[in-house]
Design a protein around this ligand. Structure first.
Ligand SMILES: NC(=O)c1ccc[n+]([C@@H]2O[C@H](COP(=O)([O-])OP(=O)(O)OC[C@H]3O[C@@H](n4cnc5c(N)ncnc54)[C@H](OP(=O)(O)O)[C@@H]3O)[C@@H](O)[C@H]2O)c1
Length: 330
């Protein structure tokens, strides 16, 4: 089987696409023939050795996949060979075959394409957890999404709109903003030269019940001046690479709160609850209340090009790698 291996942290040149042994199947696991694997901002951090927790080198990265079950472990009762599934792999997803514990394998909606399905779990899982479970977003809430054209940002737009909220999307180009509008954003903010303050001063909306922050840096504190009384700042990520220091007097003056969101450990620690979230997302999709991001596709061999799209801020929405097996699922 072929997979992408990290031999050393640092640069994309340390990744090798080559032939390796098939993984050994555990009793509670299924072996998945991978059709598609979602590529996230986190994968760039993994390659650079900046991710919070990584296994010992060498290893196969890749956090989420879609595909078909090829083998099942001795103790597996709820899934069978031939099932079309989506899985949270933690590691090993950038490969033609991966073994995954059944707690992290979900049946794919039959209406969903494999590339869309492979790219749903992390982004929509995070935004659903952040907005619905943590912030308890309400109809008519006004939400500002920073980094709105990224994978996480577009999923937040869709979930907020499904609830009935009013969405202001901030992104760095007109092209990116037009995609935010396609996914339902009501109000668009162009952030030239990373300046959110001036852009918000001229905005139609200037008070937000929820600020969904995927960027960090100066964006976090600058946008706090525009939060409503008792609003919520959701700290989701630091795509700028800068972790901001937020002055607590700003929180006091607005009676507002800052909530840290870390979906991965939440999903791994609450498997049944997470399964119900994934079912809810499938239902929203089947009922056409969310359309899900259609990713830009690359063959797994073209992984460097794919990773560079994210690293160089060229990507809009999500990037997806596919294997030769992808054509079987079409
Ligand atoms: N908390 C969690 O559980 C969780 C889960 C998943 C991801 N995340 C984090 O969420 C963040 C976004 O992830 P993603 O998958 O949406 O990434 P993505 O698809 O690459 O999107 C990130 C967006 O951030 C903006 N950006 C990137 N670098 C920037 C910079 N230097 N300055 C300003 N803006 C920049 C870009 O939009 P513009 O060019 O328009 O600015 C880009 O579209 C990452 O930090 C990721 O680690 C957190």
């Amino acid at each position: 089987m072929k997979s992408i291996n990290i031999k050393e942290f640092g640069s994309l040149d340390n990744l090798v696409f080559g032939s390796y042994h098939e993984p050994i199947l555990g009793e509670e696991e299924v072996l998945i023939e991978v059709y598609c694997a979602g590529v996230s901002f986190a994968d760039i951090l993994v390659v650079e050795g900046k991710y919070q927790d990584t296994p010992e080198l060498p290893f196969v990265p890749g956090l989420e996949v879609s595909g078909m079950i090829k083998k099942i472990g001795n103790n597996v009762k709820n899934l069978k060979i031939g099932d079309e599934v989506v899985a949270l792999t933690k590691w090993g997803g950038f490969s033609e075959l991966v073994c995954v514990n059944t707690s992290f394998v979900y049946r794919k909606s039959e209406n969903m394409d494999f590339d869309v399905a492979a790219c749903m779990t992390i982004n929509y899982g995070t935004s659903y957890h952040a907005l619905v479970e943590r912030a308890r977003i309400k109809k008519d809430d006004k939400i500002l999404i920073l980094g709105a054209s990224g994978g996480i940002g577009l999923s937040a737009i869709e979930i907020a709109k499904a609830v009935g909220s009013s969405v202001t999307a901030a992104a760095s180009s007109e092209r990116k903003l037009s995609v935010c509008a396609e996914y339902g954003a009501d109000n668009l903010i162009l952030t030239t030269n990373d300046n959110i303050k001036d852009s918000l001063k001229d905005s139609k909306e200037r008070k937000f019940d929820i600020i969904y922050d995927t960027l960090g840096g100066n964006y976090s504190e600058d946008s706090l001046s525009f939060i409503s009384w008792e609003g919520q700042l959701l700290i989701v990520g630091f795509a700028t690479g800068k972790i901001p220091k937020i002055n607590s007097n700003k929180l006091l003056l607005k009676g507002c709160s800052a909530l840290g969101i870390f979906w991965g450990p939440f999903a791994r620690g609450n498997t049944n609850f997470n399964l119900s979230c994934i079912k809810e997302l499938n239902k929203l999709y089947d009922e056409k209340k969310i359309k899900l991001v259609s990713p830009k596709l690359f063959h797994m061999e073209e992984f460097k090009e794919a990773f560079l799209e994210i690293k160089n801020r060229k990507s809009i929405g999500k990037i997806c790698l596919h294997t030769d097996l992808f054509s079987k699922g079409r």
